[in-house]
Design a protein around this ligand. Structure first.
Ligand SMILES: [Zn+2]
Length: 266
């Protein structure tokens, strides 16, 4: 499947993660700058009075807890928004993660950091997307001896199944799980109705939304996006790219729904 002779020798990037705190220091945006944009997802950490919330876990090339105790300060509640490798890859580094039952994290799908192989596994056939993805999905490795060809996603040690309406209490803030299928069957987002913060995973981010992957459902996706517009969302903290506000959310949703109506039958 992978072309053994082509395994690259890559530079070492240490630290692996980029960590950007919000102005008040209560929300951290963490990403992996040395990975292909296809799988460059955010981890969000929300500092609560009693517990930290960790939204998604990165590729798992480096386990998040190994970064140091300064990153996750309090007993974390870890939520995996869906099972794609760039969100669930690091889940096995935690004793337990929260996820929707439809994502079946206990039986991870095969995953690869070889670009063409992973595109096949995700079911991405669009030639323009495929043309942009590199042969390997990493441009650096986290340490000498890291074997990019041996990457896999391991099952978490424990999964707490969550459904729509499940609440997560951090002591001084409460977030509600929203089940928003479409990108994947069990995609979830987390919503704080007091400040309008939405941690959206891959339900919405500021780019073309993927609704043709294996397990995607285009009609359900449109319903999920329409549901978001019915809520008082003020800031979206997405699975990919930077945070944005309500006006941009409305534009992204309108654009996506219009593109689906235009592609009727497709
Ligand atoms: Zn995804």
């Amino acid at each position: 499947m992978t072309r053994g002779a082509g395994i690259p020798s890559l530079p070492v990037a240490d630290p692996w993660f980029r960590v950007r705190p919000s102005r008040d220091g209560r929300i951290l945006q963490i990403d992996e700058p040395h990975v292909d944009p296809l799988v460059a997802a955010n981890v969000w950490i929300v500092r609560g009075r009693d517990r930290d919330l960790v939204v998604d876990t990165g590729l798992g090339v480096v386990p998040l807890p190994s970064v140091g105790p300064w990153l996750i300060e309090r007993d974390p509640v870890v939520v995996v928004t869906h099972a794609h490798l760039d969100h669930a890859g690091g889940a096995s580094a935690f004793p337990a993660v929260h996820a929707h039952a439809s994502e079946d994290l206990a039986h991870p799908r095969e995953a690869s950091l070889h670009g063409g192989t992973e595109l096949d596994l995700l079911g991405i056939t669009d030639a323009s997307i495929r043309a942009d993805v590199g042969e390997w999905l990493l441009s650096a490795v986290p340490h000498h001896g890291f074997d990019v060809a041996r990457y896999s996603v391991r099952a978490p040690r424990g999964v707490v199944e969550v459904e729509d309406g499940y609440t997560i209490d951090l002591g001084d803030r409460r977030l509600t799980v929203l089940h928003l299928p479409g990108h994947s069957p069990g995609s979830v987002a987390l919503f704080d109705e007091h400040d309008g913060a939405l941690f959206s995973g891959d339900v919405v981010y500021d780019d073309v939304l993927f609704d043709e992957l294996d397990g995607a459902d285009q009609a359900a996706y449109v319903r999920s996006l329409e549901r978001l517009l019915s809520l008082d969302v003020r800031t979206v903290y997405p699975g990919h790219g930077d945070a944005f506000g309500a006006d941009r959310l409305a534009e992204i949703v309108a654009r996506h729904i219009a593109s689906r109506r235009g592609a009727s039958g497709g």
